[in-house]
Design a protein around this ligand. Sequence first.
Ligand SMILES: Cc1ncc(COP(=O)(O)O)c(C=O)c1O
Length: 391
Amino acid sequence: MKELHPITKAIRLQTERTQEKEHSTPLFLTSSFVYDSAEDMGAAFSDDTLDVNIYSRFSNPTVDEFIAKVAALENAEDGVATATGMAAIFGVFMTFLKKGDHIVSASAVFGSTHTILTKYMPKWGIDYSYFNMNEPQSIEALIRPNTRMLYVETPSNPGLDIIDIEYLAAICKPRNILLVVDNCFATPAVQQPITLGADLVLHSATKFIDGQGRVLGGVVVGNKDLIKELYLFIRNTGPSMSPFNAWVLTKSLETLHLRMDKHAENALKLAQKLDGHAKINWVKYPFLETHPQYAIAKKQMSSGGGLLTFEVKGGLDAGRRFLNALELCSMTNNLGDSRTIASHPASTTHSKLTEEERLSVGITLGLIRISVGLEYVDDIAADILQALDKC
Ligand SMILES: Cc1ncc(COP(=O)(O)O)c(C=O)c1O
């Protein structure tokens, strides 16, 4: 049979069928694996290259199935799954950076990533420099002889800033700098950073990959050599993915493309409805022509994804009133769910930032982030419009 399309692989890749002849993928909920003889057990421990399961912190068939599917979707050779998205990010930093190294990162990164970069890395002798996602031309001046990694989220959380991955790859390749992309907002159904020149791509699988707000997970994909180094770090330090979570996530990948198409269709319709509304200053969505990086979004994303932001007039109080007036949409800090979620970063997730820090990552007092779900779009719009009337 000819090579299958990644969409088919996300549905059909499966651990070898057991003697029970199951159709759906089985769950190998086991912490360890047995051997036929003492010699086999000895070989499993003495030869790293043997493809044999020993212990689920090291490998597990259900987890391996999930990794193989994400690698296929991301056009990557191999991957490692982790307990959370943050374990994936931390694992990448710890594996590929050492004392004396320097990392260049977009300042618009997820809050906990910002905490690792600014609070912990300096403590371990790893220096960082931030650049503004809207000023990619400032990156080259930040690079030093000891710069080892360039790190971005595109689209960023929650600002939805977008950066040209091919442009970043052209900066990194000749200098031997690892380009790492957090692809959580787009998912591989919308954007494949490795095809555009990234070295490592990572995800909080907790978000759209799960898609129904059930489990936590993370995954990193890249070439075999990089992944082997990362695998050894994760295997020895312990933030491995649970087989149960891998089973939920591997089943979710079967519908990823279908879901992302619908998230994007609903989000675009909602963005168009909100554009020009009297109670808001602006709407931001990657596939709205008014998005500052619309041209880049069109070049590297196949849809605008499932998130949009807007700014309510009236700042912090209006943002709170908007959330309180919602009747259908959920008030929670997760995203990438079949249920539409609204959040107000300035009064919640980012309330501890100074005004300068908040504004530098595009979070104004009235900013509302909507993770657009799969409900009937007119119902989502009606709830948001009635809440806007009340704020
Ligand atoms: C862009 C992005 N990266 C990483 C993370 C961290 O993922 P997790 O919560 O699974 O650790 C998040 C969580 O919201 C995120 O939005």
